[in-house]
Design a protein around this ligand. Structure first.
Ligand code: CMC
Length: 430
């Protein structure tokens, strides 16, 4: 029989504490350490949260050793093959796949919230043309929090759902407007006759002066990438959304915080960094040098798109994207030499002892940039693409957190390493 508690004893004080074992439906159990400080006078210390569960959640499950990813129990491979992004957003938010009426209603609601307030244009115009689009996204999503006072109460289930729909609907409009600002073209209003991804591509690439038709291959590829990015349990940006949410903050501001956390190269910013790295490597014969640099502990260069905190096996999303990269490039008739560099890099790294011993495999970001590039999406926009997909997950987690009620504010402790008590010294005596 499996234990229901573990006892931790402190030989110095002779005191002990029973730590209840917390189990979920799948995955390793956890120890509930909440009473350690009260009963033993110790904190737990776990920088980077490598052994810490911050919450219970029923949304996404990852088995990092086996390379398994489930959204609400459904394997990512099946969802990628058979579903679409809006259905996935519904699934993540509501817990079940929609029936035809529910799917129709959800799509209708998202479609009717695609426009953004005209005043947001004023905010946008404050950015210089060369602002990074993720900087614009942080600012623009943050400024969206200044609107919609009718639906911002985290304790109100109706408000929560309206906010969720608004965010899923408006993020692509904001993202495309950021791109248009960058390239000095007028922002394009959302065309609600188009599907979710086609509408986004239309807002990105159509101009008032010319006709534009969305390539269905591009729309389908984008939809698949959004599915793969949609959620990944308690990653840095989702944990950020939950932490900000735990203070009862404006829900849209919580998502803006998620956008900021995603930007870093260790997280969503890796897709931009991968393409820069592949471009810098340039040709297959330079791959060996890059791998040598990544192994050199005196060089802070890392193979971007490689390694993962949770996956110690192939990232299942990377497997899907790698296959899809070849298909999409073939269908679009594109030959990208960077794909050859990426494949050579993967091959060398997967056979190298350094990567084998540390169980470093390609992650979701390794091949995604090559597809985005094939869709004409500029490299600075790659992390924005990730944010569009991940919005579904951020919102699902924020909803789950608030639906549970009695949200406890997230407030970690620290090991203080500063000066001990000392007395103030008057300036003339220093
Ligand atoms: N290249 C070279 N060495 C690496 C790499 C890499 N990409 N990733 C990890 N290592 C080494 C690291 O130096 C360490 O070696 P040692 O044990 O000798 O000190 C060991 O592997 C463990 O690495 P870690 O930094 O302790 O692992 P972590 O779980 O804290 O970091 C990671 C995970 C994803 C931040 C890291 O693997 C990394 O920086 N990868 C490159 C950036 C990247 O692709 N990020 C996207 C992650 S997936 C999408 C997402 O989350 O948004």
């Amino acid at each position: 029989m499996s234990t229901s508690k573990l006892t931790l004893s402190d030989p110095d004080s002779g005191r002990s504490v029973d730590l209840p074992v917390v189990r979920g439906t799948l995955g390793d159990p956890a120890l509930d350490v909440a009473k350690i400080n009260r009963d033993l006078g110790y904190f737990t210390f776990d920088p980077g949260f490598v052994s810490t569960c911050s919450t219970r959640s029923a949304i996404t499950y990852i088995d990092g050793d086996k390379g398994v990813l489930l959204y609400r129990g459904y394997p990512i491979e099946q969802l990628a093959e058979q579903s679409n992004f809006l259905e996935i957003a519904y699934l993540l938010i509501n817990g079940e796949l929609p029936n035809p009426t529910q799917y129709h209603d959800f799509t209708e609601q998202v479609t009717h919230h695609t426009m953004i307030h005209e005043s947001l244009k004023t905010f946008m115009n404050g950015f210089h043309y060369n602002a990074h689009p993720m900087a614009m996204m942080c600012g623009m999503v943050g400024s969206l929090a200044a609107f919609y006072h009718d639906s911002l109460d985290p304790d109100n289930p109706h408000h929560r759902m309206v906010t969720a729909i608004r965010l899923i609907a408006k993020m692509p409009t904001i993202a495309a407007a950021c791109y248009k600002h960058m390239v000095g073209q007028p922002a394009v209003y959302p065309k609600n006759s188009l599907g979710y991804c086609s509408r986004f591509l239309d807002m990105m690439f159509s101009v008032p002066a010319e006709d534009y038709e969305v390539d269905p291959v591009a729309a389908k590829a984008l939809d698949l990438l959004f599915i793969l990015h949609a959620d990944h349990e308690q990653n840095a940006s989702t944990s950020t959304v939950r932490l900000v949410g735990s203070s009862g903050a404006n829900p849209i501001a919580c998502i803006a915080a998620g956008v900021a956390a995603l930007w870093g190269p260790a997280h969503g910013g890796a897709n931009e960094a991968v393409l820069e790295m592949l471009t810098e490597i340039g040709t297959k014969d330079q791959v060996g040098k890059a791998v040598a640099r990544a192994k050199d502990k005196n060089d802070n260069f890392r193979l971007m798109g490689f390694g993962h905190r949770v996956y110690k096996n192939f990232d299942p999303r990377a497997k899907i994207i790698s296959k899809m990269t070849h298909e999409v490039l073939n269908k679009l008739g594109i030959h990208d030499p960077l794909l050859e560099v990426a494949m050579a890099l993967e091959e060398v790294a997967l056979k190298d002892d350094y990567f084998v011993e540390r169980k470093l495999y390609p992650n979701v970001d390794f091949y995604s940039g090559i597809i985005y590039k094939a869709l004409n999406i500029p490299v600075e926009m790659f992390t924005v693409m990730f944010a569009l997909g991940r919005t579904a997950g951020w919102i699902a987690h924020w909803l789950e957190q608030n639906a549970e009620g009695n949200v406890k504010i997230g407030r970690p402790r620290q090991i203080y390493t500063g000066s001990a008590h000392r007395d103030y010294v008057a300036m003339e005596s220093r």
